[in-house]
Every structure is written in structure tokens, then in C-alpha cells.
Write a protein that binds this ligand. Structure first.
Ligand code: IVH
Length: 791
């Protein structure tokens, strides 16, 4: 519910106030549970705070209406408090890729077959079972005894909830039966059944306790309780469906393993079935979907897993999900409601995101009052206006979306939404750049919204993970002029001691919370390199990319040296052009370097001799794309046109050598798998901005950055750059690449001086030749297989 669209508090009748307080209590409880549970919150901290503020204002005016479950009675809920001991998972707890339709499922099986080099007609047995909408839990049994229970956390590190798990009725404290491995970590889902959930909420309501928005939140909130008697009083249940650390595998199939779990006394899902191929898998999905309403627990899809465990291990995983499993999701739940207002939020990269403020409505058990409208194009595509009745949908934990507008219900006086041309926070011009659909505030670091968002990102869970610092606290520190840049966070303790109005005296703080905060900050002075990279909040550098970059550069010095080099190349041209021109031309160059069909006719190197020939080539190309003879989207046309324009002016042509030097320098990163052009360009944009450099240096002077660990350092190929070329016989290309990466090698697509090994199969051509010219070690596929097995 948005505060802006509501009646002012002093105009509310008692009845309206009471109704609104009830909704607020439920809504805030829901966000609390999301915040404290495994999943990302649906709303920003600022929105969350606005909800609480509204609640407090109404209560101040109607003290008699204060509810027993009022959010105002639960203090500090938005401060993250980790109360459980951290546990490192021996094997990461993975998530699953999603399939949203039948084709995605067929494609999944086709991919598996390609990866394993199977024929199209070959059978692939799969298991198909409900995807339980709860939270995952790992139960470690040693000699059959339950010794540890841990939540998923971020997949690497979870929380020790052993005592809590012991209170769950169907979690055995001791496994019984045969074939139990010495060590086995059973993984599965903790959930609360639908009937139990309703009864629990009724009890909570009666006792004036917290009312949960849905069974998943109730399960999450119940498991992670410091007071064990509370967990014990909640109707939690567990389904086992996977395993982690295990001393030996007592079966060779997924189904066999789950059958063993069953025989050891663990609860397994009765709807799990072994099917042959994707068509049968989808048939089982339909059956489960038809039964969904009758099940006494919430499910949000069907999970398929490759049944053969030897195949699972060959398939391995990519990013954070296994290649051998996929979740076929049920369609999103929908509802209709009215758009009261369209707000513009400014994100950390300055992106202006329109958000529809909705009349609160329940979708799949959750009260929704905001839906993202993404960008100006989306507003235009939907044709949505303030006052419109819209269909919204909510799938899983993703932010609710507006699906369509019911124009027949549009009020007469409505007008189209005008997207702002100024940043609503700092007033700077807001515009979309180049081919981007996103309108951004051009205020950069002068924009308070961007700074606060960047700082909030900096302290967030996957970045610096500073307990006790969220958007709310950052906003407070920022508006009091205490924190402007990341380094200021590490100077807080000193500043606080010196100030005559220390934080202890501020709203929302006390001796304990300030001392906890300072400790949490100190604990992060020593920090992993990839967290620093991610924390900088550079667009397109997410967690995975940050890890790849950290592994590549090893330490922060390597990173800074690389960008200093980029900068020095650019600075040589500085006299002739401004930075914006250079970055825009570099953008074109890098983009073109990645366009396959462009490479077929011109190499970026050709820009060196940007004579008539090149211009003609480019013009001809543009024409052919425009006339539809060649495939190519507007993006490509506009790139090509920029090249044409570029080559026209002699002044620009004169900086080509520097640009090309930059291009070559960037190939060091461009050849890394998983690093796209955007990453490189955004790194440059970040580093070429003097304020950012200064902020980074200032930060680094406060930190000890821990070097990226060498992956699988005992492997003979760890840290080596490998290129596969020609046809491989034993391994599929994907398998070879995944295998090399799992051993810590980097797999590149082209041969350069930096290549360590070229694995050449029959038919290898230019890459093999180049390797020989450059004296790079070459191997056959068999030699490679022997080599990686050699240690
Ligand atoms: S298998 C290696 N099976 O879904 C694969 N996950 O979106 C590990 N989930 O984190 C997961 N039911 O919490 C698997 N039958 C099922 C599941 C299931 C629910 C959850 C699990 C996982 C999440 C991934």
C-alpha cells in the first residue's frame, strides 16, 4: 500500500483506519518473513519503512485501534540479525533452472543428450516430482545419527538449525535400515501443510501473535526461531529429495536413492515417478497440476532430474544450478486491481524504474501493492495509465508484474503517463542513451538516490554483508552527512567517538546496536576480492561475473593495474577528444568485435585503414540489412552506422591507433568465458570517472583484500588457459569445457600469446596453426584426457 495514494491520516474514519491497520499488519509481517527468510524482499527498505510509518501514524491518531499483532510492537524487524551459527556446506546447496513451458522441457532433455553425446532416439530416464514450496534444509547423519541441520543460506554458507530441526516430527534423529552410508547429508524441503497453516494462523490470531501471509513464510519463520519451544509448537514437516556430502553412493539412480531414503525412515514425496523422456515427464506434470488443489501442501511446479547418477556427475553444474535437473513451474497466479499511481524509483545505476502503486490485492496468498513496470517502453507497450484496472501476476518470489490493461474499465478522464525527463530525486536530466530502453538520471554521484542505492548495495548480503546496515540506516547516515562513499563506513567508529552527538543518541540506535554495528564493520575490513568487485555496484558485474573477474585478476592490484593501463591508453588521446567520444567509439568497436557477421566482412583491425573501402562496405551492409536482404536488428544497423560516421571525420580517425590498442588490451578480458563486452565497457566507464577512482583508492586504504583462491589448485591445468579446436571424439565440446573449468582452467575461444594449451581434434585449422606459430603447447584429445587425469 503506498502512502502517497492514500487518504491523509487525519481524514480516515475509524472504520477505514481499522481496516488499513489490519492490512498493514499482514503486509508488514509478510515482508518481515521475506526479509528474514531465504529469499529476497519484494520491496525496498524505503518502501518498507513507509509502510511502518503509515502504520505508526494511524496508530498515533487511533490509539484504541492498536492491534495485538501490530508491527509497532515488534521493534527493529528491518535490522538483519543473524542469530544462528554459520555453517559452511561441504557441497554447495544448488538452486534449479526453470522451465516455463513444455518446449523448455523438451529443450532441457535435448541439451542433456547433446552434452552426453547421445543419439536423439536414445532413452533418458528422468524422475519427476512436485516442487515443494518451502525452504530447503540439509540434515547430516553420521553413523545414522542426526548430527547437524543447516539452512541453505547463500548456497555456500547456511545457518546451524540442528536443535530446531530435531523438533520436526518427521525428521528422524536416527536412520534405520540397511545400506546407510557412514556419512550422508540428506537434503529436502521443510514446509507447513495447508490445513495446518490455517489452524496455525487461527491460533496466532487468537493469541495475538504474528499472522503469516502464506505457508512458506510460516515455515521459514517457524524454523529459524531461537526459542526452540516455538519451533516445536509449529506443524513443520520435511520431504527428502536430494543429498549433499555422502561417503559412498548406495545406488546408481536418483529414484534408487530416494527409495533408500524412504527405507531409512525419511519422508519422501509419494508423487515422485520415474519417466522416460520429456513427453512422459510433461504428462506427469499435467497429472500433478490437475491434482494440485487437492494436495494438502503448496507446490509451485514439478522438478525433473536425470535418473542415472553417472550421467548426473558427467553433466555437473553451471553457475549455481545442476545441468541434470530443471524445475517446470506452474503458471503464475493472476489477479486484477487498480493502479493508483505510478512512482519513479531511482536505482544505483541511475535507472529510472516506474513502479505501479496498486490497490492492495491478494495474489496467491500474498498481499501485493506494487508491481514493476520496468521502463518507459513497457509502459507504452502495455498502454497503462493511472486509474486503469490491470491484470497482475506473481510467480514465485519474483516482483509482481503488470500483464495487461483492461481498457474497457478505464476512467473517462485518464491521460497517458508522461515519463519524466528529469530525475525525481536530484533534478538532473534523465535520458536513454544510445539503443538502451532504460532512462537514466545523468546526475551520477551528485544524485542522492544513486548514492544511497549504491551504498546499500555495497553493504548488502552478497557484497560486504554488514549486519545492521540496510537501506534505512544508510539513508540516515547519508542524510546526516556521515557516510557519502564506501570508505566512510570504515571510518564510522572513529568519527562516532569524536562526535558530540554520537549514533547512540540517534533515532533507532542504542549502545548495543551501535557496538554491534561497529563490530560487524570491523569484521569486514578483511574481505574477499570478489565481494569488493561486486560491492562496487558496477552495472553488469553481478556476483558470478565478480567471481570470474576475481579469479582472473587474482588480486586487487591486478585489477587496478589492468584498468590503469586502459586509462593510460585513453589518456594518450585525451588531447584530441573528450572522454565521452572515446568511450562511445570504444563501445562501437567492442560491440562490432563481437558481432559474428560483422567479423565475417571486417575485423576491427580494418578500422586502421579506414579508407573508402571500409566506408563502402559498411554502407552496403547497412543498406542490405535495412532492405531485409540480411538479417540484422536495429542495434546492428545503428552500430554500423556509427562506424560509418566515425570513419568520416579525420579527427576521429586519428585516434584509431589508440582505440585499437585499447581494443587489443581488452581482448585479455574478452577472451574469458562469461565476460561480455558490457562488462568491459562498464568497468572502463567506472574507472575513467575520477570520482570513482578516488572513492576506490580511499576504500582500499581501509581494507585488506583477500586474494581469490586458486580453484582446484592441485589440478595440472588450474589457472591455465585452454582452447579446444577441431572435432572431439570422446568428449562433447560442452563437456570438455565444463570439465576443464571444473579443474580450474580458463577456456578461451581464440588462441593468443596467453594461451597455455590448445587441444586439437581432427580437422583443426587456423587455431592449431596459430598455436604452432606462437609456440603454444598442443595436445590431442586423448593426450588431454590423460593429462587431466595425471594428478
Ligand atoms: S532438487 C540439486 N527437488 O527448489 C538440486 N528441489 O529452486 C537441488 N525444491 O533450493 C534441488 N522441491 O529448496 C529439488 N523436489 C525438489 C524440490 C526442490 C522444492 C526447492 C529447493 C531448491 C529450490 C530450487
Amino acid at each position: 500500500m503506498s502512502e502517497q495514494t492514500q487518504k491523509p491520516v487525519d481524514e480516515l474514519s475509524e472504520k477505514e483506519a481499522s481496516r488499513e491497520l489490519a492490512i498493514l499488519a499482514m503486509e508488514i509481517a509478510n515482508h518481515d518473513a521475506l526479509y528474514h527468510g531465504d529469499d529476497a524482499p519484494l520491496i525496498s527498505d524505503a518502501e518498507y519503512d513507509a509502510l511502518r510509518r503509515r502504520n505508526n501514524e494511524i496508530e498515533a491518531r487511533f490509539p484504541a485501534l492498536v492491534r495485538s499483532d501490530s508491527p509497532s510492537k515488534k521493534v527493529g524487524a528491518s535490522v538483519k540479525q543473524s542469530k544462528f551459527e554459520k555453517v559452511s556446506h561441504v557441497r554447495p546447496m544448488l538452486s534449479l533452472d526453470n522451465a516455463f513451458n513444455d518446449d523448455d522441457v523438451h529443450e532441457f532433455v535435448a541439451r542433456v543428450k547433446r552434452f552426453l553425446n547421445l543419439g536423439e532416439a536414445d532413452d533418458v530416464l528422468l524422475t519427476a516430482e512436485p516442487k515443494i514450496d518451502g525452504l530447503s534444509l540439509a540434515l547430516r547423519y553420521e553413523k545414522g545419527e542426526l548430527v547437524l541441520a543447516a539452512t541453505r543460506g547463500d548456497g555456500q554458507i547456511g545457518e546451524n538449525v540442528t536443535q530446531n530441526a530435531r523438533t520436526i516430527d518427521n525428521v528422524p534423529h536416527k536412520l534405520a535400515g540397511t545400506n546407510i552410508p557412514e556419512v550422508v547429508e540428506i537434503r529436502g524441503e521443510v514446509y507447513i501443510g495447508k490445513t495446518d497453516f490455517l489452524a496455525l494462523n487461527a491460533r496466532q490470531e487468537e493469541a495475538g501473535g504474528k499472522v503469516f501471509a502464506n505457508p512458506r513464510n510460516a515455515a521459514a519463520g517457524s524454523l529459524r526461531q531461537l526459542d526452540l519451544s516455538i519451533t516445536a509448537s509449529r506443524p513443520l514437516k520435511f520431504f527428502a529429495y536430494a543429498w549433499g556430502d555422502i561417503s559412498d553412493l548406495p545406488s546408481d539412480s536418483q529414484m534408487g536413492m530416494v527409495e533408500l531414503f524412504d527405507s531409512w525412515g525419511l519422508a519422501v514425496n509419494p508423487l515422485m515417478k520415474r519417466v522416460n523422456g520429456s513427453t512422459n515427464a510433461v504428462a506427469h506434470y499435467r497429472e500433478i497440476e490437475a491434482n494440485r488443489a487437492a494436495l494438502d501442501y503448496d507446490i509451485d511446479g514439478v522438478v525433473y532430474k536425470v535418473d542415472r547418477l553417472d550421467w548426473q556427475s558427467r553433466l555437473g553444474m553451471v553457475a549455481r544450478a545442476p545441468r541434470w535437473a530443471i524445475a517446470h513451474k506452474f503458471p503464475a497466479e493472476k489477479a486484477t486491481t487498480v493502479v493508483n499511481k505510478i512512482d519513479i524509483q531511482v536505482g544505483r545505476t541511475g535507472a529510472l524504474t516506474p513502479v505501479a502503486k496498486l490497490e492492495p490485492v491478494t495474489v496467491g496468498g500474498v498481499v501485493v501493492s506494487n508491481a514493476t513496470l520496468h521502463n518507459a517502453d513497457e509502459i507504452e507497450r502495455l498502454g497503462v495509465r493511472v486509474g486503469d484496472t490491470v491484470v497482475i501476476q506473481r510467480a514465485g518470489d519474483v516482483i509482481p508484474q503488470v500483464v495487461s490493461v483492461m481498457t474497457d474499465r478505464r476512467p473517462d478522464n485518464s491521460t497517458p503517463f508522461e515519463f519524466p525527463v528529469e530525475c525525481p530525486v536530484c533534478g538532473s536530466a534523465a535520458a536513454a542513451e544510445g539503443d538502451d530502453v532504460v532512462v537514466r538520471c545523468t546526475g551520477g554521484l551528485i544524485c542522492a538516490a544513486q548514492r544511497v542505492e549504491r551504498l546499500s548495495h555495497f553493504v548488502s548480503r552478497n557484497a560486504f554483508d554488514i549486519d545492521g546496515l540496510g537501506e534505512k540506516q544508510i539513508t540516515q547516515l547519508f542524510s546526516r552527512d556521515w557516510v557519502h562513499a564506501p570508505a566512510d563506513i570504515f571510518k564510522l567508529a572513529v568519527r562516532n567517538v569524536k562526535d558530540e552527538n554520537p549514533m547512540q543518541k540517534w533515532d533507532g540506535w542504542g549502545d548495543l546496536s551501535v557496538s554491534n554495528l561497529m563490530q560487524a564493520i570491523e569484521a569486514r575490513r578483511s574481505i574477499d576480492f570478489h565481494r569488493v568487485l561486486f560491492g562496487l555496484g558496477i552495472p553488469s558485474i553481478g556476483q558470478e561475473t565478480a567471481k570470474i573477474l576475481a579469479r582472473h585478476f587474482k588480486n586487487i592490484d591486478g585489477f587496478v593495474t589492468f584498468l590503469e593501463h586502459s586509462l593510460s591508453i585513453i589518456e594518450q588521446t585525451d588531447q584530441k577528444m573528450d572522454a565521452q567520444d572515446i568511450s562511445s567509439l570504444n563501445y562501437v568497436l567492442m560491440r562490432l568485435g563481437h558481432l559474428k557477421e560483422f567479423q565475417a566482412i571486417i575485423q576491427p583491425r580494418d578500422l586502421f585503414d579506414s579508407g573508402e573501402g571500409l566506408l563502402e562496405l559498411v554502407h552496403a551492409r547497412v543498406q542490405r540489412i535495412e532492405s531485409g536482404v540480411l538479417k540484422g536488428d536495429n542495434l546492428k544497423v545503428s552500430h554500423l552506422q556509427r562506424v560509418a560516421d566515425f570513419a568520416k571525420t579525420p579527427e576521429k580517425a586519428s585516434i584509431v591507433p589508440s582505440l585499437f590498442a585499447l581494443y587489443e588490451h581488452n581482448q585479455e578480458l574478452a577472451s574469458i568465458d562469461g565476460i561480455g563486452v558490457d562488462v568491459i565497457l562498464n568497468l572502463e566507464d567506472f574507472y575513467f570517472e575520477p570520482q570513482n577512482r578516488a572513492a576506490l583508492m580511499d576504500l582500499l586504504s581501509e581494507l585488506q583484500v583477500i586474494e581469490a583462491a586458486e580453484q582446484a589448485s592441485d589440478s595440472p591445468v588450474s589457472g591455465k588457459t585452454v582452447v579446444f579446436t577441431g572435432s572431439l571424439v570422446e568428449l562433447t565440446r560442452a563437456e570438455a569445457k565444463a570439465g576443464a573449468e571444473a579443474l580450474g582452467a580458463k577456456v578461451a575461444g581464440s588462441v593468443s600469446k596467453k594461451t597455455d594449451i590448445v587441444v586439437a581434434g581432427p580437422g583443426a585449422g587456423s587455431k592449431l596453426k596459430k598455436a604452432q606459430e606462437l609456440n603454444v603447447k598442443t595436445m590431442t584429445e586423448d593426450e588431454w584426457i590423460a593429462f587431466i587425469a595425471s594428478k
